[in-house]
Design a protein around this ligand. Structure first.
Ligand SMILES: Cc1cc2nc3c(=O)[nH]c(=O)nc-3n(C[C@H](O)[C@H](O)[C@H](O)COP(=O)(O)OP(=O)(O)OC[C@H]3O[C@@H](n4cnc5c(N)ncnc54)[C@H](O)[C@@H]3O)c2cc1C
Ligand code: FES
Ligand code: FES
Length: 473
């Protein structure tokens, strides 16, 4: 039987028939004995297992950091998987040197993952290295002994060493990256497309980015019959068509935030996406997975509810389009038939005429799930009367909640603090939060109030300010 999987692991060509649901982390450590990639939380939270995955894009290979503990091996076909071992040279590379010289490692458990991420950052050609960039690339890493101060110093040290010399070619030229990286575009081009083994999808477990399903059912997936959507990435890409922006269900959060068409509709989308998980998770987590997982605090869903999104569900040749608002029926219960796949999300282009705002409250700024999150879409006329309104709040009901009555209440009213107070009263009737690990029911009610106020004071600073709602002398 011909090998089902064909990819490159560091400088080695791999053809194998591993179970497609096997985790890349387990494959590396148990099958390849490449133990530089560490197993920490195995839930995407610590970054110790970070690897780079390179994919052909035009003539180049683009490398992205991902957590190998949430990625199936079946998705590696045609790609370049880079571990810490694949970055090694006979001497320390600039990232390793900077970390050693600034004392930014102690037990060293987190260090390989951090070296992989920072080297991946240097490999990007379109970004000069900056403190903010380093923060973004390290946002998915925990270090429990050294602390982050010395990593910050390591960044300054690194900046001095590499200067402007970033990008794969420059790094290879300076002897900072193994030379085999230059051959990767040609090597990946030679790999034939995967052989389609599509069967009946209702019999198989669907994996998109894997960032929810591996956390929930990780133990069983290597043995299970799985349908890895990313193996045949037909449902990727974002394009305008008719009245809609059509977003493939396999679009990741990172792709969504960086897409110019999305930025036109939601100008602050990158800022909002930064609040979702970490760079490694955003490189994997898909919009479709966020919707189907149906968490009541799913950040993507809350934003899409306020944007009046529709979803396209497909089974075989049958397709139906439903408003996202109608998809959720109860806790993790969806209007979805067995075997149906969500293929696309459609955003009406008319939302570009509205003002949009998203807020999230969580214990940590990044890599944390919301206690409560909320998004709003508003359009006011020249006289300051609200003509369109859509408000969604997460973490306050068994489903991601579109506040239908509150949204209706707002329409036709002047954009004033009195209207906002009225909307908050309506919202309190629509939500039904419970006390849990993310906060008491009362706290979530309070947060809902604060977030509604935050939406209006952020969007209309000339009409109202925070002090209008509190007795601030
Ligand atoms: C460390 C960590 C941090 C996180 N932080 C956040 C956060 O800040 N905000 C947030 O909202 N979420 C967060 N998440 C949750 C998760 O990343 C998102 O919900 C993500 O969008 C899920 O997408 P996925 O592609 O990984 O889904 P998967 O795990 O692949 O799938 C999730 C479910 O949807 C089904 N499915 C997936 N795609 C389809 C499809 N197209 N059609 C039919 N069924 C499908 C799968 O069978 C599965 O049941 C976090 C997760 C982790 C591990
Ligand atoms: S082991 Fe912690 S993120 Fe993968
Ligand atoms: S050096 Fe020990 S966890 Fe970072």
């Amino acid at each position: 039987m011909s090998a089902q999987l064909h990819f490159w692991l560091n400088n080695e060509e791999i053809r194998c028939n591993e179970p497609p649901g096997l985790l890349v982390l387990d494959y590396l450590r148990k099958k390849q004995r490449l133990v530089g990639t560490k197993e920490g939380c195995k839930e995407g939270d610590c970054g110790a297992c970070t690897v780079l995955v390179g994919e052909l894009q035009g003539d180049d290979v683009v490398y992205r950091p991902v957590t190998s503990c949430l990625m199936p091996v079946g998705e590696l076909h045609g790609k370049h998987l880079v571990t810490i071992e694949g970055l090694n040279l006979p001497y320390l590379n600039p990232v390793q040197k900077a970390i050693v010289e600034e004392g930014a490692t102690q037990c060293g458990f987190c260090t390989p993952g951090i070296v992989v991420s920072l080297t991946g950052y240097l490999m990007q050609t379109d970004q000069p290295i900056t403190a903010d960039g380093v923060k973004r690339w390290l946002s998915g890493h925990l270090c429990r002994c050294t602390g982050y101060r010395s990593l910050k110093d390591a960044y300054l040290h690194l900046k001095k060493i590499v200067g402007e010399h970033t990008g794969v070619e420059e790094l290879v030229k300076h002897g900072w990256l193994p030379a085999y990286f230059l051959e990767m575009p040609e090597r990946l081009r030679r790999i034939p497309p995967p052989v389609s083994r599509d069967g009946r999808s209702e019999e198989r477990l669907i994996i998109a980015g894997g960032t929810d399903i591996y956390v929930q059912r990780g133990e069983m997936l290597p043995e299970a019959s799985v349908h890895i959507l990313n193996r045949y990435p037909r449902m990727k890409g974002i394009r305008r068509a008719g009245r809609f922006l059509r977003i493939g269900a396999l679009t990741t959060f990172e792709e969504l935030g960086n897409h110019p068409e999305v930025q036109k509709l939601v100008p602050r989308i990158q800022e909002y996406m930064f609040l979702v998980a970490s760079l490694q998770i955003r490189n994997r987590a898909t919009i479709g997975g966020n919707i189907i997982n149906a968490s009541p605090i799913a950040d993507g869903v809350i934003l899409l509810l306020a944007l009046d999104a529709e979803v396209v569900m497909q089974k075989g040749r049958q397709q139906r389009v439903i408003p996202l608002r109608k998809l959720y029926r109860g806790y993790k219960q969806l209007d979805k038939q067995p075997g149906e796949i969500l293929t696309e999300v459609r955003l009406p282009l008319s939302v570009g005429k509205c003002q949009i705002h998203f807020e999230k409250v969580s214990k940590r700024r990044t890599l944390d799930i919301a206690s409560v999150n909320s998004a709003i879409r508003l359009r006011c006329d020249a006289a300051g009367i609200i003509r369109e309104a859509a408000l969604a709040v997460g973490g306050v009901a068994p489903i991601p909640l579109y506040l239908e009555k509150t949204s209706r209440f707002l329409v036709g009213r002047p954009c004033t603090p009195e209207t906002v107070e009225g909307a908050i009263e309506q919202a309190m009737e629509e939500i039904s939060p419970i006390s849990d690990i993310r906060g008491s029911a009362d706290y979530k009610r309070l947060l809902t109030r604060q977030l509604i106020i935050a939406h209006f004071t952020e969007l209309f600073p000339e009409k109202m300010q925070v002090r209008d709602y509190y007795a601030i002398p």
